[in-house]
Design a protein around this ligand. Structure first.
Ligand code: NAD
Length: 358
């Protein structure tokens, strides 16, 4: 049996976590689930939205399937999700975006994987607020040392891009491509403008690519990448991006395949990995047995592949694809009209997926 931490989350989290757990079990994955809690519901009970026991469980099992968690307002946490990624050093965000027949979308044949760096760039949190003494000091220092001047009344966000973090994430993208039988990695940047941050990213990307002669490598400037993804997405395979562009392009690619309801994801580090849907906790639908469990179930498929359980992963993915393609036992958001009376609930959609695996 393989130990996996199941973080049930809050809002719609517990419902889709239960649906996913049943589907993963029915695929024959032989998982020993360590159930752990996190989120606003626990906060009232335990005084923290992220109990130590939950983090300890993930550290011990090394793999978690995590349902969404509401970002609590007015606690020490900016976001529990960001805190978890940082404290476990989950440096790679993986977002496969694949078309499934039956999902309403403008495109029908998308099969892209977005690999986003999770720890650096403008999202590193190194910021200086307008009007603070430190900020004035920084602005004065810049104006003394740089040919380009910064206005006094500025707020500043620093964009660090390091050799180490870039090597690590680009290497991750190539390893993933190789292990999953993919053909090409595209490194995305704006090196023509930001020569010392994105320029370094591109230089390191090229160096790393040399170690993978079996995988094609190319680079694209981020604005051109956006246009190309809309016009000819079939030309792309695995994309690797710094944090900020990765955030934006992941949502663009989720849009190509029909939106958040079907977008799985993972945050992966050297020793640990958390698999989770791209969408949030949708609190207004809590306890209504209404929302779509697909994104978390497909995150379970990614988890099974990460664990080397390829047969079980393929079986579960095929069952999800079949249920969506039939379009009968699916939740309201997958019907042609959102008030379609034939829509089923979260539990019933999971039941239909389980039936397909029998
Ligand atoms: P959300 O994704 O929770 O919901 C936005 C809307 O998308 C919902 O109202 C619903 O209409 C739809 N939706 C989302 N998931 C769905 C599903 N499975 N099936 C059908 N429809 C679905 O985004 P939000 O309202 O911006 O965020 C709510 C909370 O979730 C916030 O506190 C946010 O910080 C948090 N959040 C958590 C995560 C995470 O845990 N990884 C990710 C994103 C947002």
């Amino acid at each position: 049996m393989t130990d996996v931490t199941l973080v049930t989350g809050d809002g719609i989290g517990p419902e889709i976590a239960e649906a996913t757990r049943r589907c993963v079990d029915a695929a024959g994955a032989d998982i020993n689930w360590n159930v752990a809690r996190a989120g606003v519901d626990v906060m009232e009970e335990l005084g923290t939205p992220l109990p130590d026991a939950t983090v300890e469980s993930i550290k011990k099992t090394g793999v978690a399937l995590k349902a969404p968690i509401t970002t609590p307002v007015g606690t020490g946490f900016r976001s529990i999700n960001v805190h978890l990624r940082q404290s476990l050093d989950l440096y790679a965000c993986l977002r496969p975006c694949k078309s499934y027949e039956g999902v309403r979308s403008r495109y029908t044949d998308i099969d892209l994987v977005v690999v986003r760096e999770n720890t650096e760039d403008c999202y590193a949190g190194v910021e200086f607020q307008k009007g603070k003494d430190d900020t004035d000091e920084l602005v004065n220092w810049i104006n003394e040392h740089s040919e380009k001047k910064v206005r006094g009344n500025s707020g500043i966000t620093i964009k660090p891009i390091s050799v180490e973090a870039t090597e690590r994430i680009v290497g991750f993208a190539f390893d993933y491509a190789r292990n999953m039988g993919r053909k090409k990695v595209t490194s995305v940047h704006k090196a023509n403008i930001m020569k010392f941050s994105d320029g370094l990213w591109l230089e390191v990307s090229r160096e790393v690519a040399k170690k993978y002669p079996d995988i094609e490598f190319e680079d694209r400037i981020v604005d051109n990448m956006c246009m190309q993804l809309i016009q000819k997405p079939e030309l792309y395979d695995v994309l690797v991006l710094p944090n900020l562009y990765g955030d934006i392009i992941s949502d663009l690619c989720a849009g190509l395949v029909g939106g958040l309801g079907v977008a799985p994801g993972a945050n992966i580090g050297e020793k640990r990995a958390i698999f989770e849907a791209t969408h949030g906790s949708a609190p207004k639908y809590k306890d209504q047995n209404k929302v779509n469990p697909t994104a978390l179930i497909l995150s379970g498929v990614l988890m099974l592949r990460h664990l080397g359980k390829m047969t079980e992963a393929d079986k579960l993915e095929a069952a999800v694809a079949a249920v969506i393609a039939e379009g009968e036992s699916v939740t309201y958001d997958m019907k042609p009209h959102r008030d379609d009376p034939t829509a089923v609930g979260t539990r019933e959609m999971a039941d239909a997926i389980i039936d397909k695996m029998k």
